[in-house]
Design a protein around this ligand. Structure first.
Ligand SMILES: NC(=O)c1ccc[n+]([C@@H]2O[C@H](COP(=O)([O-])OP(=O)(O)OC[C@H]3O[C@@H](n4cnc5c(N)ncnc54)[C@H](O)[C@@H]3O)[C@@H](O)[C@H]2O)c1
Length: 439
């Protein structure tokens, strides 16, 4: 059955340019993966856009198309890649340095990867203390830097014959900062750009430039970036979708899978201790307390919001939650995440769960970058603008409307995402009520 919520979304014809501020481990793993999938060397595993399905109508209807066949998404063959970094390495060199992918695979993709060279970055070392820029723009003030980025975007679009563009921040985690007056309104922010206000982070300058150009922007790191009033105002003004923050991979993914289950069964949790060791550049950046603070806040918010200790004081009122990240170079990108979970059940009897997740950070993040690029482009064509809460599924710290708590439960997030697609296509939402089978 069809209803009147249907939006006529223009099809994804022509080329989609995916712009990546930050072309390190995650970005190059994403790009190499798309090239590998195009060549038929590998499957885009982990991507809902490429592998996922969506049920329509009743369970008895057997109508379960692939998401890609249900809504018009850019084809992998139609994607072109660009971006910025403060290191000059092309994507072949950066992929080798990141050591996420097998050398053989990177060699197979050498021609395509070598052709992608980062544009000069907007960078300020006070925001990422452990890195030193060598391929960095200079300008008379921050507005000048934003304008240089806009020129880059225009040139990239023209040089590559793109019909549409999207941006996904894959740059390093910037130090923790609270929003200030300069972030509150677009007028204050633009004044701050002209005055080179210290509180304006490089990631916010990219976001401003992209949104001015009507380019949807997804933020894969925990720093504020698009999660400020000024940028939200600009997103509405230019009718551009934004989303964030911080790709949900590894340990937080596990948390948002497990915690809803414990809560569903009314099992109590007394303690959840999480520690990680990782040795990639992200780990090195997060070794700085300022950058770690951004990450810690993003990681800690998850349990409180899923478990609602105020509503369930007997079960979660006394929960001790601790998150640690330790830089340990021998592990490279192969992060190890340990969780010790102290739970309790009937009559308060205690139990323990131990998880040792030997994961690969960038392997988990790459399909998220792909989905965010494809869905952000879809959202723009569907006329959606501002914060895209339906993309919470991909984030540790989802952006929401003011005053609204974020939904962290992975399964609610997935239902929200799929129902959004059904809504746009004018199909019935799936409520799982199921009365109709018994009438
Ligand atoms: N891998 C994951 O599972 C995961 C999960 C959640 C979030 N993230 C976030 O994704 C981001 C990328 O992670 P990564 O492992 O690829 O890190 P990385 O260090 O390999 O790559 C980040 C790149 O960003 C560049 N950079 C930093 N500031 C920049 C700027 N202002 N402009 C342009 N380039 C800039 C760095 O030079 C570096 O090459 C990090 O913020 C990380 O916290 C990753």
């Amino acid at each position: 059955m069809s209803n009147d919520t249907r939006v006529n979304v223009p099809p994804a014809t022509g080329k989609l340019g995916v712009l990546l501020p930050g072309m390190g481990a995650v970005a190059t793993t994403f790009i190499a993966g798309v090239f590998a999938a195009r060549k038929g060397i590998a499957k885009p595993i982990g991507s809902l856009c490429e592998m996922g399905t969506i049920r329509l109508g009743k369970r008895t209807d057997d109508n379960v198309p692939k998401i890609r066949d249900y809504v018009s998404l850019a084809a992998l063959d139609d994607i072109v890649f660009g971006g910025w970094d403060l290191f000059k390495a092309n994507c072949y060199e950066a992929a080798l340095e990141a050591e996420v992918l097998d050398k053989d695979l990177v060699e197979t993709l050498k021609d395509e990867l070598s052709a992608i060279k980062p544009m000069a970055a907007v960078f300020d070392q006070s925001y990422v203390k452990r890195l030193r820029g060598e391929h960095v723009k200079t300008g008379k003030n921050k507005m000048d830097l934003a304008e240089q980025l806009m020129e880059d975007i225009k040139k990239f679009k023209a040089d590559n014959g793109c019909d549409r563009l999207v941006a996904v921040w894959c740059g390093s985690t910037e130090v923790y900062r609270e929003p200030t007056e300069v972030h509150a309104t677009l007028a204050a922010f633009e004044e701050g750009l002209r005055a080179s206000d210290d509180e304006i982070a490089p990631s916010q300058i990219y976001a401003y430039a992209c949104l001015q150009m009507g380019v949807p922007y997804a933020n894969g790191a925990p720093n504020l970036s698009v999660d400020i009033g000024a940028i939200q105002e600009l997103a509405k003004k230019t009718k551009t979708p934004i989303s964030g923050k911080d790709f949900k991979t590894g340990q937080t993914l596990m948390k948002t899978i497990l915690a809803p289950g414990f809560k569903a069964r009314m099992l109590g949790i007394r303690g959840w201790f999480s520690t990680n060791i990782l040795g990639n550049r992200d780990g090195e950046v997060l070794d700085d307390p300022g950058s770690f603070k951004s990450k810690e806040i993003s990681k800690l918010s998850v349990l409180d919001s899923i478990l609602q200790p105020d509503k369930y004081p007997d079960l979660y009122g006394n929960l001790y939650h601790k998150v640690r990240i330790n830089y340990y170079p021998p592990h490279g990108d192969n992060k190890e995440g340990w969780d010790n979970i102290d739970i309790f059940g009937w009559l308060g009897y205690k139990m323990q769960i131990k998880i040792d997740f030997l994961c690969r950070d960038s392997i988990l993040a790459a399909p998220i970058v792909l989905d965010l690029a494809l869905f952000s482009d879809f959202a723009k064509r569907a006329g959606m603008s501002g914060t895209q809460e339906w993309l919470s599924f991909y984030y540790k710290s989802p952006m929401t409307a003011d005053g609204l708590y974020a939904e962290h439960d992975l399964f609610i997030q997935l239902m929200k995402l799929k129902n959004t697609l059904r809504h746009i296509n004018g199909d019935d939402l799936i409520t799982h009520l199921g009365n109709e089978y018994y009438d």
